[in-house]
Ligand binder design. Structure first.
Ligand SMILES: Cc1ncc(COP(=O)(O)O)c(C=O)c1O
Length: 415
């Protein structure tokens, strides 16, 4: 194999053209926004935009119900509230995720418990999930990371055996398929985010979907101060317990409607881009592509692969530097540490200056420890992964440049 001189060492750069770009928002969003303003109300219960947005999203997912929220974090909090998670309960989730996955657990004064991951899907390993179940476990909160489906057969089997509820965090995984089913429709509730970094954006916002009418009613109320706005549900201010205000407004709903129309095209483009890169580098020794389970489809919110230093002859950090010098957008890992490595977990300091909820009397029997080594595979993923952005406007040329650069760097260092 002829070795090309690395750009890092003074050779020619692989990527000499700019990555493809495009406009996410256009006349479609403007039209919806104008209509929203013309309604003369921006309140979701009086206007039609949030209602249309939630109906369209539910239809797209083949789901009976959808509730809109002010963020993805809010959608997950609402799902937990609707499922009755409270002080002393444990929720099992993934250690490689956004804080938005765990914030709602803590706001319910419940305890996040982290299970380990599959080394190549970067998603929950059902066997590890099962090993973390205690008599306090109430919910498994599955994250489908980076557009890629978790092992839902395994997780649902564990959940059913232990009579646990399942929430799917699909903030990074729109139109992700698991063996013919859409992620978000397999567990009890699926949650989504439309923050500005996500596959579609309405600035900020979130949605949850469910087929269970009772969960829908509870979610609807939980997202709106526990008020009772749905028909035939009795007086509005029938407030029996605490719930936040996580309402979506009509402007957000309006943009969301227009963005939903673009979602399939966006996910198709992202899927094609990610699959093209995987096909172009999968044969390289020491390079581990993200694993998509057989029969599943990823919508690649980002693309993350791993470097096996022994086989590749180069460390992850050196590989990243060499790839960046080739003009490829890339970075080390995804988050600096597993979520349980953040100070607030290590120091049991969620509600600042107190030990709540970790020291809650309702939880006293169960000492929870968030120490390094808790989820060894997840920690190893973060030490060996290289993350690259994916965008629907990136071109085949961009993908081919990425492939060329990865091959160039890998071939250079290979013994
Ligand atoms: C996996 C995951 N869950 C939840 C969230 C929270 O979404 P939001 O930022 O809309 O609150 C995010 C957003 O970054 C996410 O990536």
């Amino acid at each position: 194999m002829q070795q090309e001189k690395l750009a890092l060492l003074g050779g020619p750069k692989t990527k000499t053209t700019d990555y493809g770009t495009g406009k996410r928002f256009g006349k479609e969003e403007l039209k919806e926004l104008k209509e929203a303003l013309d309604q003369n109300t921006l309140f979701y219960w009086y206007g039609n935009k949030v209602k249309t947005f939630t109906k369209n999203f539910a239809d797209m997912y083949g789901s009976k119900y959808c509730v809109a929220t002010s963020s993805g974090t809010a959608a997950i909090h609402v799902a937990l509230g609707a499922l009755g998670v409270g002080p002393g309960d444990e929720v099992i989730t993934s250690p490689i995720t956004d804080m938005g996955t765990v914030i709602g657990i803590l706001f319910q004064n419940a305890i996040p418990v982290f299970a380990d991951l599959d080394p190549n899907t970067y998603n929950l390993d059902p066997a590890s999930v099962e090993s973390k179940i205690t008599d306090r476990t109430k919910v498994i909160l599955v994250v489908h990371l980076a557009g890629n489906a978790a092992d839902m057969d395994g997780i649902m089997e564990v959940a059913h055996r232990h009579h646990l509820k399942v929430i799917e965090d699909c903030a990074q995984s729109y139109l992700t398929y698991y063996k013919g089913k859409l992620c978000g429709t397999i567990g009890d509730i699926g949650c989504f985010s439309v923050n500005d970094f996500k596959t579609i954006s309405a600035g900020d916002g979130g949605m949850l979907i469910t087929n269970n009418e009772e969960l829908y009613r509870r979610s609807f109320r939980f997202a709106d101060k526990n008020y009772n706005r749905l028909p035939s549900a009795g007086p509005v201010r029938d407030v029996t317990f605490l719930a936040p205000n996580y309402r979506m407004n009509e402007l957000t709903g309006a943009v969301g409607i227009a963005q939903l129309d673009k979602l399939k095209w966006i996910c198709d483009r992202r899927n094609a881009y990610g699959e093209r890169i995987s096909a172009g580098i999968r044969d390289l020794p020491g390079i581990e592509i993200p694993k998509v389970i057989d029969g599943c489809r990823s919508s690649y919110w980002f693309y993350m692969f791993r470097v096996d230093e022994k086989k590749a002859g180069v460390s992850r950090d050196q590989f990243t530097d060499a790839l960046a010098a080739e003009g490829i957008q890339c970075g080390r890992g995804y988050i600096p540490t597993c979520v349980y490595g953040y100070d607030m977990f290590a120091n049991h300091n969620a509600y600042d200056g107190t030990r709540c909820p970790f020291g809650c009397p309702k939880y006293a029997k169960h000492d929870i420890s968030y120490r390094p080594g808790l989820c060894p595979t997840a920690e190893e993923i973060l030490k060996t992964a290289i993350k690259m952005p994916v965008n629907e406007f990136f071109t085949d040329q961009d993908a081919d440049d990425v492939i060329h650069a990865i091959r160039k760097v890998a071939n250079y260092y290979r013994k």
